[in-house]
Design a binder for this molecule. Sequence first.
Ligand code: HEM
Length: 400
Amino acid sequence: MTIDHQRTPEVGEAFDPAAFDHFSQEYAERPEGVWAALREIAGLARSERYGGFRIISRYDEICAAARNPAVFASGQGVAIPDHQMPPLIPVGIDPPLHGQYRKVLLSDLGPPAIARKEAEYRELADQLLAQIGEGEFDFCAAFSSQFPERVALRTIGFDLSDRERMSAWFHDMTHLRGIDDEAVGAAIAAMFGRVAEVVAQRRAEPRRDDLLSTMLDGEVDGRALRDDEILMYIALLLFGGLDTTASAIAGAFHYLAQHPEDRARLLADEVALDRAVEEFVRWTSPVQALARTVTEPIELGGCPLEAGEKVLLLWGAGNRDDTVFESPDEIRLDRFPNRHLGFGMGPHRCMGSHLAKVMVKIAIERGVKVLGDFELADPARVRWATGEARGIVELPLRRR
Ligand code: HEM
């Protein structure tokens, strides 16, 4: 598959939606113009990439589709182009079974359970921040990638000694899709092999305080979860929890490195950290796009849709819709209300949102304090990756 690096329009410039490609590198760096142009198109724009799909880019229409899983189904995949994997659980399962899978981990990922672990997560953040010396460093390698990996592995129930290889497989799986499918296949096989090994080993051991223990005792349809289901659940926790949270944190520090006045406001407690976290998630929209398949003829946004059509919910574009958010391309740390779509909407809304928000909050709270005065070392070396998830993967900062 070739990836076309189409030129992205500036805000207000005309744009041909047939060429829309959420994998384009230019789009990864500056999507605002594309999002604005798509929202202006009457009906639903259609891209001819990847076999063709409709693009839903206005806030209200994204919500309408996301809240109607009977017609906008997830069971035939939520990625365009499709992942070559069995459905991820529970994101690739439609109601009513979806709710049963979701219930297994709902309370372990709820606010009280996450709050109990906050001190442990803060310690993990401090350990990483303490290793950052004076001068220039890549914030992603030093902190924003590693911190969610450590938290997620610990919370799921993996040993941190697994981190480096899991991280390497994971990055091959997400960043080589469509570029080197053989390497992607090898990474999927290696990662699933290791997860299966851990699951088998842990079945025989006493339960612990982690998500894997809950899954081992979890039930759907009145029977225990099978190993293959636990595997696809863990795969989603990793897919859904690592790059996403890393993008939100890196995006926040990209902004804070260039806005010392907002760092000062955060340090002086002039803005509520919780509001700043929501705003960074809205603005970065780490999960920028996910697909659905239409199950029966329906009209949306004045556009008739046929059964079998693929649609892309462009959460990122919805989060910049100026009919909902004032000056949507601006970061306002105390934005309120802020009913963004960063964590999705409807029955599949992110189960890890509390954990993600705690991680972003700790990263900002501790990072701003420990790093002190810092700036962007070289804007030209900031590197972005895109796909369903979009965000900064290399961020050269300098401590002064
Ligand atoms: C800033 C970080 C994150 C963002 C932006 C994000 C975003 C999203 C979005 C947009 C969805 C909706 C999927 C859909 O409608 O098809 C979702 C679902 C999900 N997320 Fe997250 N997520 C984040 C972090 C996490 C973390 C840390 C975890 C794991 C602990 C997680 C676990 C899940 C799960 C399990 C689902 C599926 C829910 C379902 O299908 O019912 N996410 N996430």
